[in-house]
Design a protein around this ligand. Structure first.
Ligand code: ARG
Length: 301
């Protein structure tokens, strides 16, 4: 197993320890589902699911995902907190590129108390926190996906993140931000329907975007690099995938999508996450990419 960056996170750790340098190589941030559950409704997946997520099964599914990812990546952990059932979805902690991090400004008031905790975590790891305008909602890597092959950041807006968020990200990180409008409430975060993969591949569900955004995607990603998925795969959150070292970890995958991913040179790894689907999240939502101190993305402009 790859090294674990901070094994048993304690809330008092940051008071005592000086800030550490940001991780030197790419890692993933996760948060154990000790207090996970569907306790309120802030997306359509959560409707009729209050109290329905089985915690032991969720824990087993999360542990299975963690174990699979840990074989190929460093994993860092942020301490789970009672009363914050969605904190497991660390994709929404913020966006970290190089030594800088932006902390999310949650649209959902239920998740706003997570902001301080994620901010503390980024600070304790040595990231410098970029200021973010109070009135612009932004839900982190749920709505901002780095495309390493192109050196750009794809941004989703319309449900959780504000239309001006991409402009602010572009300024803060010095990377071109491409704004995509999300129009289907079931695909309320960009990472629920869009997944840049290495080598310039792009797996996504076109119907989640307005026409102009579909055109923008097609203008940037050539047809031979696009893996457009159908509604069935989209609804099983196939696009909510984490890629590590050529492996694509995802909740579920049709035979057709499986063979297209294999043809593109990836190895799909199914890791069922039914309990987290009840909250509207799957593999990608449960992780945050930490690019490390030396940014793996080269700004273009
Ligand atoms: N229940 C959570 C919410 O609605 C799920 C978040 C899923 N995260 C994601 N990156 N798509 O905020």
């Amino acid at each position: 197993e790859a090294a674990v960056l901070n094994d048993a996170p304690r809330s008092d750790a940051r008071a005592a320890a000086p800030p550490r340098p940001a991780p030197a190589r790419r890692a993933l941030l996760m948060c154990a589902p000790d207090y996970f559950g569907v306790d309120y409704i802030i997306n359509p997946w959560m409707e009729n699911q209050i109290g329905q997520a089985a915690l032991p099964r969720a824990q087993a599914q999360w542990e299975n995902l963690r174990g699979k990812l840990a074989a190929h990546s460093d994993i860092a952990f942020v301490a789970p907190t009672p009363g914050l059932p969605d904190m497991v979805f660390t994709a929404n902690a913020g966006l970290a590129i190089g030594e800088k991090a932006v902390v999310s400004r949650f649209h959902a008031k239920e998740r706003r108390p997570e902001e301080r905790l994620f901010c503390d975590w980024f600070e304790a790891q040595g990231y410098s926190i970029a200021p973010w305008p109070e009135n612009v909602p932004f839900e982190g890597a749920g709505d901002a996906l780095l495309d390493h092959a192109r050196g750009i950041v794809w941004c989703g807006y319309g449900w959780r993140s504000g239309e001006t968020a991409p402009k602010h990200l572009q300024k803060i990180f010095g990377l071109r931000a491409v704004a995509l409008k999300l129009v289907d409430p079931r695909f309320y975060h960009l990472d629920t329907c869009f997944c840049p993969l290495s080598g310039g591949w792009l797996m996504y569900y076109p119907a989640a975007f307005d026409i102009a955004s579909r055109e923008a995607i097609r203008a940037i990603a050539p047809v031979e690099k696009r893996i457009e998925v159908g509604e069935k795969d989209a609804l099983s959150f196939a696009c909510n995938a984490v890629e590590v070292a050529g492996r694509v970890f995802l909740n579920d995958c049709s035979d057709d999508l499986r063979s297209r991913l294999i043809d593109a040179g990836f190895m799909p790894v199914v890791t069922p996450l039914s309990e987290f689907m009840k909250a509207g999240g799957a593999a990608k939502c449960l992780t945050l990419q930490l690019p490390g101190a030396a940014s793996t993305v080269m700004p273009r402009e």
